[in-house]
Design a protein around this ligand. Structure first.
Ligand SMILES: Nc1nc2c(ncn2[C@@H]2O[C@H](COP(=O)(O)OP(=O)(O)OP(=O)(O)O)[C@@H](O)[C@H]2O)c(=O)[nH]1
Ligand SMILES: [Mg+2]
Ligand SMILES: [Zn+2]
Length: 373
């Protein structure tokens, strides 16, 4: 599971600020699309005196270029929290006294990461140097305690860091409920170290009896699950209680009502909400960037843009069974120690599904995830 990380010195190439990079790719890579992979810096030629003219020594935590730390004179830096990151270069940072700074990100920090989009994300704790009344430069990103992230192609997209919990919002209708998507979010929460809360929204659109089996299923597994309606206000008090004093990221498909729920929890929030397009029932990605918003009564909430799919990041196939919390007691008794619970005889997971001890919906989710659907 989590790799043990031990500090070691790492040297990274340092590109002088004045050097121009000659791009071999075409300029559409300058596009603002955050899901678009950026070109690998190594594939670009560098003009001037040659490729890597200088190296800087920094402190690293793994051999893959992640979470590297520069040596830093902390006496000239302030601690801060990133409330919002726009692309990989501009961040809104708040100091402990509550002052806000618009910060750029030291280029070496971005160079250090294979995927510069994750150099700084909402929720990061940073050390930054103040360069103007409301401006600064981020010099260091502290190691992340928890993350909410997903895979986008061959890249990880970290959506928010250092949060306590993830509210997984699903709608019971328009768009229709997808238990497999909830299960993917549950795996992602477990992997990222955040506590999941499931929220079945748009409860006003169906009879309560339709939602009840799902409530029983997830409650039976020990998860917190609520039925809510941003329209009628059902369940909003309970949701507010869950959020109070905590740092929470809200995730889910586009159009399920994430922003509407937050507006209901805290009417002053005024988040933009959108219409679900009639023909497809899919949302339209009304929310564009992840942003930490203060909650009355303490805590933060991070509204995020909806996703169409929840691709897991860095979860090996063999790891998945461990994230289905009802599986491990049965897995121990499968006939083959390397049972994948898909086709093997003597599989106790399959037996448990037949005996009604594991939900067929959960098992179907497991199979889809295992087979990479
Ligand atoms: N009937 C009903 N409609 C709702 C409810 N909550 C939200 N909606 C509607 O669903 C649509 C989408 O809501 P949003 O809050 O923008 O959804 P979102 O999840 O934030 O979407 P993205 O920002 O695109 O990810 C809007 O038209 C809302 O009015 C609800 O509880 N009941
Ligand atoms: Mg939204
Ligand atoms: Zn098995």
């Amino acid at each position: 599971m989590a790799k043990k990380k031990s500090p070691r010195k790492v040297r990274v190439p340092f590109r002088k600020n004045r050097e121009k990079r000659v791009r071999s790719q075409n300029l559409t890579f300058e596009s603002q699309d955050p899901t678009r992979p950026e070109p690998d810096a190594g594939s670009e030629r560098i003009s001037g005196k040659g490729r890597l003219t200088r190296y800087r020594t920094i402190i690293g935590v793994d051999g893959e270029g992640n979470e590297l730390q520069r040596e830093l004179d902390e006496s000239v830096c302030d601690a801060g929290r990133v409330l919002r990151a726009i692309g990989s270069t501009r961040c809104d940072v708040q100091s402990p006294s509550g002052r806000a700074y618009v910060c750029t990100v030291r280029r070496v920090l971005r160079t250090m990461l294979r995927d510069a989009r994750n150099a700084v994300v909402a929720g990061d704790r940073v050390m930054f140097r103040i360069t103007g009344p409301e401006e600064g430069v981020i010099e260091r990103v502290q190691p992340r305690q928890t993350v909410f992230s997903r895979g986008v192609g061959q890249f990880e997209h970290v959506i928010a860091a250092n949060i306590d919990q993830l509210v997984i919002v699903a709608s019971v209708s328009a768009p229709p409920l997808k238990p497999a998507l909830i299960d993917r979010f549950l795996v992602s929460a477990a992997k990222g170290g955040v506590r999941p809360i499931i929220c079945l929204n748009k409860a006003d659109l169906v009879e309560p009896a339709e939602i009840q089996p799902f409530i029983e299923l997830y409650q039976g597994l020990g998860y917190e699950i609520l039925a809510t309606s941003a329209t009628t206000g059902v369940g909003i008090d309970r949701l507010r209680e869950q959020l109070c004093g905590k740092e929470t990221v809200v995730g889910g498909q586009s159009g399920v009502g994430k922003s509407s729920l937050l507006n209901a929890v805290q009417p002053g929030m005024s988040l933009r909400t959108g219409q679900v397009s009639d023909d497809s029932g899919k949302g339209r990605h009304t929310t564009r960037v992840a942003e930490l918003l203060p909650l009355q009564g303490g805590g933060w909430i991070v509204d995020t843009p909806g996703v169409r799919q929840m691709e897991l990041w860095d979860v090996a196939r063999e790891e998945i069974e461990a994230y289905f919390i009802e599986f491990p007691p049965f897995v121990a008794n499968c006939r083959f120690p390397d049972c994948t619970h898909t086709h093997e005889t003597g599989c106790q997971i399959k037996a448990a599904v037949e005996q009604g001890r594991i939900s067929p919906l959960r098992y179907a989710s497991y199979q889809r995830m295992f087979l990479g659907d």
